[in-house]
Design a protein around this ligand. Structure first.
Ligand code: GDP
Length: 297
């Protein structure tokens, strides 16, 4: 599982803190220096780390902590609370329209991030919630992507709307919404095209789709294993098209954890779900407090 290195390092720091009856200011500072190094090694954004340590230090050197019965425990508690805050404190759900009004979810991301797989995973989650989702193949540049979506849709028992690769993504999206209206679907999930890198053409296409079909939620899929690149990609997508939330994939293979710990603080956008494997059931809702517990052990 992710964060193993980070967890181990933090646990060592905490063990030291706990073993001390009283703490001096220097004890706290040197412990936080080690926390800082551990976070930087985990590829957490350096500005985020700096602010995090500053906040923890200000709180930890306060009178209540230093004069308390269990100063070490208090410092650990503060680290835990601030780590939860870093990841957004609360769980954010995908915002769905009520009743039979159609929610349109646009999935975006770079090629290979796990977008097509995640699109099908999300369809499964929505179905579990009693929704009737329609998957839509808007990636017309890679016929294999259309085929993959169809296979995954079938596995999830969810219909896949496709017009092959000869139509414009904007027209496919519009047709999908019409199809949904006529056939009783209440969520349309658009699987859009990804590129290897962020480029203007991809962004323009996403903006065009967004304008054409009144997208309710724009969700960006990023690969946690790419660390700070994932954070930068999220920033760029948000700037160009505006995103509502992020899904972090491949957290099962991410040994460092830097993206998970930075993305919210850097972009201001919540992590909605985390991908924990290749199977279509390997998608978990994101709980900042549970994630902090996983990291802190
Ligand atoms: P797309 O190009 O963004 O549509 O990416 P795909 O959905 O085709 O996924 C690329 C690869 O990543 C595939 O082999 C997926 O099985 C794999 N993948 C997607 N999500 C996860 C995840 O959460 N964990 C792991 N281990 N693999 C994933």
């Amino acid at each position: 599982m992710a964060f193993d290195n980070l967890s181990e390092k933090l646990q060592n720091v905490f063990k030291n803190l706990r073993s001390k009856g009283r703490l001096t200011e220097d004890d706290v500072k040197s412990a936080l220096k080690e926390v800082k190094l551990a976070l930087l090694e985990a590829d957490v954004n350096f500005k985020v780390v700096k602010q995090f340590i500053k906040t923890v230090q200000e709180r930890a050197i306060g009178q209540d902590v230093m004069n308390g019965l269990n100063p070490g425990q208090m410092v650990i508690k503060i680290v835990n609370e601030e780590m939860i805050a870093l990841m957004g404190s609360e769980t954010t759900e995908i915002a769905l329209k009520s009743g039979n009004e159609i929610t349109v979810i646009m999935m975006a991301g770079l090629q290979g991030a796990g977008k097509t797989t995640t699109t099908a995973k999300i369809a499964g989650k929505l179905k579990q919630k009693g929704r009737n989702p329609l998957l839509t193949a808007c990636d017309v540049y890679r016929p294999a992507a259309i085929e993959q979506l169809k296979i995954n849709g079938e596995k999830q028992g969810v219909e896949v709307f496709s017009m092959g690769d000869k139509n414009k993504p904007v027209d496919i999206a519009k047709a999908a919404v019409e199809h949904a209206q006529k056939n009783g679907f209440n969520v349309v999930i658009l699987d859009t095209a990804g590129r290897l890198h962020v480029d203007e053409e991809m962004m323009d296409e996403l903006v065009a789709i967004k304008n054409a079909v009144d997208v309710t939620q724009t969700i960006l899929v990023v690969d946690a294993m790419t660390g700070q690149d994932a954070v930068n990609v999220a920033g760029m997508f948000d700037e160009k098209i505006g995103i509502d939330g992020v899904i972090l994939t491949k957290l099962d293979g991410d040994t460092r954890g830097g993206a998970a710990l930075s993305i919210r603080a850097v972009t201001g956008k919540p992590i909605l779900y985390i991908g924990m494997g290749e199977k279509l059931s390997d998608l978990e809702q994101f709980y900042p407090d549970r994630m902090a517990s996983r990291i802190l052990g």
